[in-house]
Structure formats: C-alpha cells, structure tokens
Design a binder for this molecule. Structure first.
Ligand code: HEC
Length: 226
C-alpha cells in the first residue's frame, strides 16, 4: 500500500466512524445523564425539607425561625395575618395560654349562616346536624366512632369558646384536627353555630316572648319545649 493510499484509507475509515458516531446520538436514548457544561449549584450538597440532619442537635434539617427575627416588607395588617400574632383569634388562647372565654370576633347573622353551612360540611357527618353525636359516620362506623358526646352536655355548654375552637383546630381523642381544612374565621363561625345548637335545645317556654308563645302547639305548651 502506498503512503498516499494509506492516508486516504485511514481518513475514510475515521470519517465514517465519526459520521456513524454523531448520527447515533440523534433520537437515541441513553442511561447516562446529559452533558451539563455549567453545573451552577445543581449538585451542591443539600438536605430535603422535613428530613434528618446530623449537624444540628435537634436533628432537623429545616431550621426554625429565630425568635428574634424581624419580619419586614409587610403592611401592619399583612404582618399580623401572616405571623398569626393575635393569639386569641388564631389559637383561641389568651396570652397566658388559657382558652379565651368569649370568641374574639363579633357574631352576626352572616357569621351564624356561615357557621351553619361549614358545620354541615365538616362536623354533621359525625356529630349530626343537631349535635347529638349520632351522625351518619357514627351510625355506620361499626363502633369505631361510638359514644360521640352530644354538645348539650353541661361540660361542653360550660366550656370556654376558646376550648371548642381548640378542639376543632387540634382534634381530640378519636376526632381529627381540622386546622388545615377550616380557616380560623370559619372555625369561629362553627363555634358560634355550636352555641346555637346548645342553646336552642335547652330552651324553656319562659324564654319566649308572648307573641312566640302564641305560636306554640298545645303539646309544646303542656310539655315544655325541649
Ligand atoms: C370523623 C368524625 C368526626 C368529625 C368529622 C368531627 N368530630 Fe368532633 N368528635 C368526634 C369524636 C369521635 C369525638 C369524641 C372524642 C373522643 O373522646 O374520642 C368528638 C368530640 C368532639 C367534641 C367534644 C370534645 C370534648 O371536649 O369532649 C367537640 C366540641 C367536637 N367534637 C366538635 C366538632 C366540630 C365542631 C367538628 C367540625 C369542625 C367536628 N367535631 C367534627 C368525631 C368527629
């Protein structure tokens, strides 16, 4: 083989290999990661949210906000809302951590209507529309939810508003908490509706006006409203 034809053959073979190699990439699949010329911070060491870290003494990878951190960039109103600073509204607790006796927002017809509607969605399945504790879930749970207390128990009538709010927020015993599904204002609306259920079922004829008494059926007047 002459020197010239050797060079020509070598060049042809190399050219063919290069053409094959580059065309092979087109549309083909590969297990290897793509070539990443500028990695930036894509592969820096990091911890996933909610995961474990051996570095800190409490082993939480997510660091709690320092209690002296100052929130900025909010209006006064946004700040109060985002930081949930108003303990009685957001937690139903006063500054010393005790349940507030009275709900911190004004009760009007609109709030009661909202409470009735939300109660029907979130609570009535277990507690029944009247609060008797005999909702459809209780009836069909095969005993798992047996013994849900009626709201008319003296203990629950005497409970501070903040305690009922806390029960909705965190749940109690077998009852799950509803903090993630029911915003604070709606929780208060539901508390106001629970008070309606308690009061209406403990009513006495004497509490009615003369006008209202006239509307009662004779049986109610004889036996007293329940
Ligand atoms: C999945 C069923 C279920 C739902 C839904 C439910 N509850 Fe309950 N609730 C229970 C059970 C069960 C108990 C009894 C708790 C126990 O002692 O195990 C209870 C107890 C209570 C009590 C009495 C707590 C005490 O101090 O004894 C209150 C008040 C109450 N629920 C309010 C509500 C309100 C308001 C809602 C709607 C936001 C609601 N519940 C939704 C199952 C439910």
């Amino acid at each position: 083989m002459s020197r010239a034809s050797f060079i020509l053959t070598t060049a042809t073979v190399l050219g063919a290999a290069l053409a094959l190699g580059s065309s092979g990439c087109r549309g083909g699949t590969s297990e290897d990661p793509p070539v990443h010329l500028t990695p930036d911070m894509d592969w820096q060491a990091h911890r996933l949210a909610q995961s474990h870290s051996p570095i800190f003494s409490d082993h939480r990878a997510m660091r709690p906000v320092d209690k002296n951190a100052v929130a900025h960039g909010f209006t006064e109103e946004e700040r109060a809302k985002n930081l949930k600073e108003d303990s009685s509204f957001f937690h139903g607790l006063n500054r010393s951590g005790q349940p507030v006796a009275r709900m911190p927002i004004a009760v009007d017809a609109a709030l009661l209507a909202r409470g009735q509607e939300r109660y029907g969605i979130f609570c009535a399945p277990c507690h029944d529309a009247t609060g008797s504790g005999k909702g459809i879930v209780e009836q069909r749970s095969g005993g798992a939810f047996a013994g849900i207390p009626p709201y008319t128990l003296d203990r629950l009538k005497a409970a501070p508003d903040g305690e009922l709010f806390q029960t909705i927020t965190n749940g109690k015993g077998r009852m799950p908490g509803y903090a993630s599904q029911i915003p604070e204002r709606d929780r208060w609306a539901i508390v106001s509706w629970m008070r309606v259920l308690q009061t209406s079922q403990g009513g006495q004829v004497d509490m009615l006006t003369d006008e209202e008494k006239r509307k009662l059926k004779p049986a109610d007047q004889a036996g007293g409203a329940k």
